[in-house]
Structure formats: structure tokens, C-alpha cells
Design a protein around this ligand. Structure first.
Ligand code: MG
Length: 377
């Protein structure tokens, strides 16, 4: 591996963990973070959580788990070329969606609505809550006790109100500073991953068609190149040859643009990079192309009536569960009842319980509470 750039996050000079620990042996601080994330139960649950499609709709669609692995893959490749810390990018990428509710954004919107009078619900903040508090695995601390740099990357956005409650990790939102470059990179690797796999999954589902996508310039361009390279191929193979070219073009664009930004600004270390405007970014042309693609996906996929129906159902499930538990906390599983009895806010305890559910668990739990026919407990 090439030597880390001076502006990269260096595990030797990490800002440390909330509960101080001895340095790990045989691995770096950020590798330890990544390992803890992979061994967490929130990480395993990502397998049964979805973004656009519900888990039972087909085995070939992305789940949040495969999405997170794709983000880590894209992030690591770019990190290596920018001489950023690959382990940190990987840790942030694998953890970035840990706080997502079941059923993607529909679930989060419903939970946020339920929590309006209690500080709301935001998946990003919830991811931090999972790694800081909710995982119960270690004797010495709650959560995973991750390094500052990993936590900083996980907390992508934050309102000023919440930032003020979060101390050191929230400070940058009040000071209007950036996170380190690894965090900036993981964020954009996420964008590359979901824009492209939503095209792929959207086509697979039949909700969008090749014909419709031919109006999107970045797709049309790579579709033509793929067809010219392999005039014989069709169907899934041709789609994959197109999507891989789309991903590649965005990876190359991001790498080159970011290298240019870094060379122009020459931050001498991570703190200087944090004080500058974002240095990891796409070229204006690529931004424009992505904007067009996003618009397309919004209108034709995310707002497709079949997706809208599923989202409406998802919102109903989440809000039914929330109201049932907060009306009568005796319906909660024992460990959550205990938390409420210990004085934790019942609304937040319920939100944590629901946010941790997988799609299928939430559906089952809804049936257990609401179905009239007998089903096993
Ligand atoms: Mg994501």
C-alpha cells in the first residue's frame, strides 16, 4: 500500500475513543473499528433491510448489507488512489447505514413523524446512536466505542439543535467545518453506489425500462459504448456492461477532480483539510450528469406507483407499531420495557426498537400485534 498522504487520517494521531483503550495489537485503530462494526448485530441486520425494494420482492435486489459492501469497495479504490486511509473509509462505509429503519426512507419518514414532539428521528443520528450506545457487546462500555474519525464520518448531517447536544462530534456543524477527507469520500462513494445500483435494480424489477433510460445522458452514453464493444450481448449482460462503465466513469471523475482540489489547496494535515471547503468532489459536468440521473430515478422509480404503494404500507406498519408500544409499554419485549422502567424516555426506547427491526421482523411484529387470526408468538 502506498504511504498515507499527509492530509490522510493517521491512526497514530487519532482523536481517540470516548472510553480510552489500549492500542490494538497487529491492527490499526481504524481496522479495529471496522472489525467491531462487522461483528455488531446492527451490521448483520442490514441483510434484511432494504432501500427501495422490500426484502421479500426478490433475492437479487440490493439490501443495505450488499449496498454497504459496494460503498466500501468503491470508497477503498478511490482512497488508495488519493493515498487516503482505506481502513477508515471502509469502516465509515460499512457503518454508514446502521441506523436505518426498516423499509428505507418510508420507514424513517414515518418514525420521524411519530417522534416529532420528541426530537424527531434521523437515520444518520441513529447510526451514531447505534455505535455509541445501542450495541450491547462489551464489558467496559455501551456501543462499539469507535474512534472519533469513524464517528465523525458516520454523522454525515446534523441539525444545529442536535449538534449542540452532541459535544465534540457535533461541533463541526456549528463551526461549519468539514469532516476529514475519508468521511467526505465515503459519503460520495455512497452516492455512486446507490445511483448506479438503483438503475440496475430498477431495470431488474421492470419498474423502469431501457427505453426510458435512453433519455438519461450518462446511461445512454455508456449503453452505446457497451453495445459497440459487444454487439452480440443483450439483457442483463448488456445492462451490467453499461452500469460498470457508469460506475467507473464516476470513480475516475471523482478521483481526478479531488486530486486537483487537493493539489490546489495542499492541506498539510487532516485538521487543515477539515477547515477548507470540501476537497473530495465530482467535476461540474459529472455533477450535472448525476443530477439528471437522480431526477430520472425520482420520477420514474422512487415515485412509481408500485413503490408508492409499498411505501404507504411501510409507513402504516411503522406508525401502527409505534403507537401500540407507546400507548402500552407492556407490549414491548422485556429488555425494552426494562429500559423504559429505568427511566429512559418511552418514545425514544420505542424508536430505537423499531429502528433496529428488519423489514421482515417489522412485518411479523405488526402481524403479532394486529392480525386477528392466530399466529405463533
Ligand atoms: Mg447508503
Amino acid at each position: 500500500m502506498a504511504e498515507l498522504a499527509p492530509y490522510a487520517a493517521n491512526p497514530q494521531s487519532s482523536r481517540g475513543r470516548l472510553v480510552p483503550e489500549d492500542r490494538p495489537e497487529g491492527r490499526t485503530e481504524f481496522q479495529r473499528d471496522r472489525d467491531r462494526i462487522i461483528h455488531s448485530s446492527a451490521f448483520r441486520r442490514l441483510e434484511y433491510k432494504t432501500q427501495v425494494f422490500v426484502n421479500h420482492e426478490g433475492d437479487l435486489f440490493r439490501t443495505r448489507l450488499t449496498h454497504s459492501i459496494e460503498v466500501a469497495q468503491i470508497g477503498r479504490s478511490i482512497a488508495r488512489n488519493l493515498r487516503l486511509n482505506e481502513d477508515l473509509v471502509e469502516a465509515i462505509s460499512l457503518a454508514h447505514d446502521l441506523g436505518h429503519t426498516p423499509f428505507g426512507h418510508a420507514g424513517q419518514d414515518a418514525l420521524n413523524e411519530c417522534m416529532q414532539s420528541h426530537g424527531g428521528f434521523e437515520h444518520n443520528l441513529q447510526s451514531l446512536r447505534v455505535v455509541d450506545l445501542l450495541e450491547e457487546r462489551y464489558g467496559a462500555f455501551d456501543g462499539l466505542n469507535l474512534s472519533f474519525e469513524t464517528r465523525e464520518g458516520i454523522l454525515k448531517h446534523c441539525s444545529a439543535k442536535n449538534a449542540a447536544l452532541l459535544g465534540e462530534i457535533g461541533a463541526r456543524f456549528l463551526q461549519k467545518r468539514q469532516p476529514g477527507l475519508e468521511a467526505q469520500l465515503a459519503n460520495l462513494a455512497d452516492e455512486i453506489a446507490y445511483n448506479n445500483h438503483d438503475v440496475d435494480d430498477g431495470l431488474r424489477s421492470g419498474l423502469i425500462t431501457l427505453d426510458q433510460l435512453s433519455s438519461v445522458s450518462i446511461f445512454a452514453k455508456h449503453f452505446e459504448t457497451a453495445k459497440a464493444a459487444y454487439p452480440e450481448i443483450m439483457g442483463r449482460r448488456l445492462i451490467h456492461e453499461t452500469v460498470r462503465r457508469m460506475i467507473n466513469s464516476q470513480v475516475i471523475d471523482l478521483t481526478q477532480q479531488s486530486l486537483g482540489n487537493i493539489r490546489a489547496a495542499l492541506p498539510k494535515d487532516i485538521d487543515e483539510a477539515r477547515a477548507l471547503p470540501p476537497l473530495i468532489g465530482f467535476s461540474p459536468e459529472m455533477r450535472e450528469a448525476q443530477h439528471e440521473l437522480k431526477q430520472f430515478l425520482r420520477t420514474h422509480l422512487y415515485q412509481h406507483y408500485k413503490v408508492t404503494r409499498m411505501s404507504a404500507k411501510a409507513r402504516r406498519i411503522v406508525s401502527d407499531l409505534f403507537h401500540a408500544f407507546t400507548r402500552d409499554s407492556r407490549l414491548l419485549p422485556a429488555q425494552f420495557q426494562e429500559k423504559a422502567e429505568k427511566g429512559d424516555d418511552i418514545m425514544r426506547v420505542t424508536a430505537d426498537y423499531i429502528a433496529g427491526m428488519t423489514d421482515r421482523y417489522a412485518i411479523r411484529e405488526h402481524r403479532r400485534l394486529f392480525a386477528v387470526e392466530e399466529i405463533p408468538f
